[in-house]
Design a protein around this ligand. Structure first.
Ligand code: ADP
Ligand code: TRP
Length: 328
């Protein structure tokens, strides 16, 4: 018996980077050993920000390749596209009829995105309702997410409790698992690494473009011979993710001693990143030559997810009084 039903989603809004890996994917992969996991690629959500069909398809498939290359075991996890379970949009509608405007108006993420220039579309506003449907439709027990998603999880719980109060016990009220012990991975400019800040280091770059990114990490202008501060260095902060304790200690001593330039430090970091993702990079190449396998994984994952979703949707429709006279 697997312990708990775990569900999480990731938006295919760009190419995944090492911040996504250390902040989320690595933990998702650890959870697959002990639990029944459902991981999906949130392409309906990403439609809020990508309006180029080919790009959306490319990123969606790319995320599946990344997960598999990084070690997701399709025997243990149902990996699928959100759009393969279109019932989530039906559930999102049903949930939206009991979700107050006030709840959605308090969403930080909506306000942040508008402030950054995204259009205030209804899809963006209703994003947390679709996310609640994603979670509730599989009777998920636990939802691992980054800190930024905590409020969305609270909204999901509010919506589930409201529905249960109105229509009788229907939904499992899920528990968040906030991956907050994970440090925020800095980008090449020292800010949080994010697709939207154009400061990412993608994990599957070839050596040359990877080198270009790493060499582009912003530093102060201390000369080679000067001692440097390892406690305020993006290079060291990134190096920590890959190095052993001893290697990190050596890097820190080199910084403090002087005679060790940022260029040296970047080269060491570059080789660490390159080696760390070597196996995954090779697996990803193999997978791109076997796309039928990847499609099959997504199909099987969707089938499993849909079976679960069907059970929950029957319960929801019965509770709310939604009938269907034509069932395929
Ligand atoms: P982005 O900011 O690049 O658009 P997302 O918001 O799609 O990334 O994040 C996907 C997951 O990766 C989330 O769980 C988030 O917490 C995690 N994540 C993203 N960037 C970082 C980072 N720089 N450090 C740690 N975790 C991150
Ligand atoms: N909103 C999440 C993010 O941007 C992605 C997501 C969509 C999700 N639906 C979900 C995460 C359901 C967990 C559960 O990171």
């Amino acid at each position: 018996m697997k312990n708990k039903r775990i569900l999480s989603g990731i938006q295919p809004s760009g190419v995944l980077h090492i911040g996504n890996y250390f902040g989320a994917i690595k933990q998702f992969l650890q959870l697959q050993e002990e639990n029944e996991c459902y991981y999906f690629i949130a392409n309906y959500h990403a439609l809020n920000s990508i309006q180029e069909p080919e790009l959306l398809k490319q990123h969606s498939f790319g995320v599946a390749l990344d997960y598999l290359a990084l070690g997701l075991d399709p025997e243990k996890v149902a990996l699928f596209l959100q759009s393969d379970v279109p019932e989530v949009t039906e559930l999102a509608w049903i949930l939206s009829t009991i979700t107050s405007m006030g709840l959605l108006e308090r969403a930080h993420s909506y306000k942040d995105k508008i402030a950054k220039g995204q259009l205030p579309n209804h899809g963006l506003f209703a994003y947390p309702v679709l996310m609640a449907a994603d979670i509730l439709i599989y009777d998920s027990d636990i939802v691992p997410v980054g800190k930024d998603q905590k409020q969305h999880l609270e909204m999901t719980r509010d919506i589930a409790i409201r529905f249960n109060n109105l229509f009788g016990e229907t939904f499992v009220v899920p528990e968040p698992m906030i991956l907050s012990e994970v440090a925020v991975v800095p980008g090449v400019d020292g800010q949080k690494m994010s697709k939207s800040y154009d400061n990412t280091i993608e994990m599957f770059l070839e050596h040359k473009p990877l080198k270009k990114k790493v060499m582009g990490i912003v530093t102060d202008s201390k000369a080679l011979e000067e001692p440097k501060d390892p406690d305020h260095s993006t290079i060291v902060d990134l190096y920590k993710l890959f190095a052993t304790k001893e290697e990190l200690q050596t890097m820190r001593e080199n910084y403090l001693a002087g005679g060790f330039g940022y260029g040296h430090a970047k080269k060491e970091l570059l080789e660490k990143i390159w080696a760390y993702f070597e196996d995954a990079r090779n697996r990803r190449k193999e997978l791109t030559e076997n796309l039928d396998f990847v499609r099959e994984v997504l199909r099987t994952g969707a089938e499993k997810a849909r079976e679960r979703a069907d059970v929950v949707m029957k319960r929801v429709r019965a509770a709310a009084g939604i009938e269907k006279f034509f069932v395929k």
